[in-house]
Write a protein that binds this ligand. Structure first.
Ligand SMILES: Cc1cc2nc3c(=O)[nH]c(=O)nc-3n(C[C@H](O)[C@H](O)[C@H](O)COP(=O)(O)OP(=O)(O)OC[C@H]3O[C@@H](n4cnc5c(N)ncnc54)[C@H](O)[C@@H]3O)c2cc1C
Length: 412
């Protein structure tokens, strides 16, 4: 079949590559090259978060949100002028924070992330991209044991999903990382996770392999996709392109086309930031989550990357200063004596749906089009499995997991 994959971030590239391996004629279409800093897939924290079964909205978030917004060290930011546009999405997002919903969402997330390191290794093997996969264990840092114990729901959901963790006291932590600041006295390490040491280079390397093996790339703005007889018609860069199938994988920008096809996407950009410190005097032994700042500190090929936080302000507005200022304070808290030589700041757009689950599968109102977007904070982690599942569906192979909770049309 001729298949067009619309959007060439990590989700689109992984999907295109699995479809190519199935013997299809695949064309990736994007307005920028894979690996470009304007992709969300470029600047993330690089964590293959096989432990990430806890969605952002949980019981009690609504009560805590105003305090988080007013606290300069809180992980949540809002462009107030954007609030009227955000409200309908935000109301639905918070409504999914009920306990029964969180448990349902958690089970689905588990099916998508638990084997993510293995999924990445299978996608990357023999492509050249495997050199960017590390086995950096993901460690959650807490001020003390009580702070860890306080996350009863998170600990329970991870335990129910069969996720193993090892706890460390301050002595064990500083034995592994002597520069660690005094504010962190306890940790939980997840050994089944991994990391990508340069997410932009990883996407670019997978893409280069796809092209070497006969995949095609068209650099163009995708303007439309619609059903056309048994297949689909795509308009990109002013040209009409006929294909048998199309995959919509345009990350946070997917909502407009999804809605033109008659399906509500329930999508919002959850903006996130990174602060990259070049040539730091010290590196963590693996990626950390600073649980009190909701910010990751990840050792990368280009330096130490502080990445995370959530800001609502839409796709068009430029970066705000406050999230980066928080990340600078967070570095000092993590490593009080750290020095570095240069730095860069980045803003990206997480594709977040109201129920924290991706849209995966065939669009009922446009059967030639498959949706593959909405992996929110976990798009890197989930990308290879997303690609395999879409390839299975297009080939008519029944996926080996129940994807009902991710079905297209669930918000219509
Ligand atoms: C600060 C931060 C930290 C994160 N950390 C992690 C992490 O540690 N682990 C993890 O798993 N995830 C993480 N994420 C989330 C992850 O980065 C995203 O979920 C993932 O990159 C989304 O990939 P994507 O391919 O769907 O979207 P993108 O990478 O955004 O790609 C979408 C592509 O679609 C293209 N496109 C859009 N509209 C059009 C159009 N009209 N025409 C042509 N092309 C178009 C864009 O140009 C872009 O290339 C993080 C995100 C942020 C912001």
């Amino acid at each position: 079949m001729r298949i067009a994959v619309l959007g060439a971030g990590i989700t689109g590239v992984a999907t295109a590559e699995w479809l190519r391996r199935d013997g299809h004629e695949v064309e990736l279409i994007d307005r920028i090259e894979p690996g470009d800093p304007r992709q969300t897939s470029f600047g993330n924290a690089g964590i293959l978060a096989a432990n990430a079964v806890v969605p952002v909205p949980v019981p009690g978030l609504l009560a805590k949100a105003p305090r988080m917004l007013l606290d300069p060290d809180g992980p949540l930011f809002l462009r107030w002028s954007y609030l009227p546009r955000l409200l309908p999405w935000l109301t639905r997002f918070l409504a999914h924070g009920r306990l029964a919903e969180v448990e349902r969402i958690s089970r689905m997330l588990g099916a998508l992330v638990l084997d993510s390191v293995d999924q990445h290794r299978r996608l990357a093997e023999g492509t050249g991209a495997e050199r960017h996969i590390g086995d950096g264990h993901y460690t959650f840092l807490y001020p003390d044991r009580a702070a860890w114990e306080k996350d009863k729901l998170g600990n329970r959901l991870r335990q129910e999903a069969g996720i193993r963790c090892e706890t460390l006291d301050r002595a064990a932590l500083t034995a592994a990382d002597p520069e660690l600041g005094p504010d962190y006295g306890f940790a939980a390490t997840f050994r089944d996770s991994g990391n990508v040491t340069d997410p932009g280079a990883y996407t670019a390397a997978l893409f280069a392999h796809f092209i070497r093996e006969g995949g095609r790339f068209r650099r163009a703005e995708v303007e439309d996709v619609r059903p056309d007889g048994e297949g689909v018609m795509i308009r990109a860069g002013g040209e009409e392109i006929a294909a048998d199938r199309a995959v919509l994988a345009m990350g946070a920008w997917s909502g407009r086309l999804a809605e033109r096809l008659g399906h509500r996407a329930g999508m919002e950009s959850e903006r996130g930031y990174h602060l990259m410190l070049e040539n730091p005097s010290h590196m963590p032994p693996g990626p950390y989550m600073l649980t009190d700042r909701k910010c990751a500190a990840s050792p990368m090929e280009g330096g130490l990357r502080l990445a995370g936080l959530a800001e609502f302000g839409g796709l068009a507005a430029g970066p705000s200063a406050a999230p980066t200022a928080l990340q600078r304070r967070a570095v000092r808290r993590l490593y009080p004596r750290l020095t570095w030589e240069g730095e860069s700041v980045w803003l990206g757009h997480r594709p977040s749906t109201v129920d924290s689950l991706p849209m995966l599968g065939q669009a009922p109102k446009a059967p030639g089009v498959y949706f593959a977007f909405g992996a929110q904070h976990l798009g890197l982690t989930m990308a290879p499995k997303t690609g395999r599942l879409i390839a299975d569906m297009i080939a008519g192979r029944p996926p080996n997991i129940d994807l009902a909770d991710c079905r297209v049309g669930r918000f219509d």
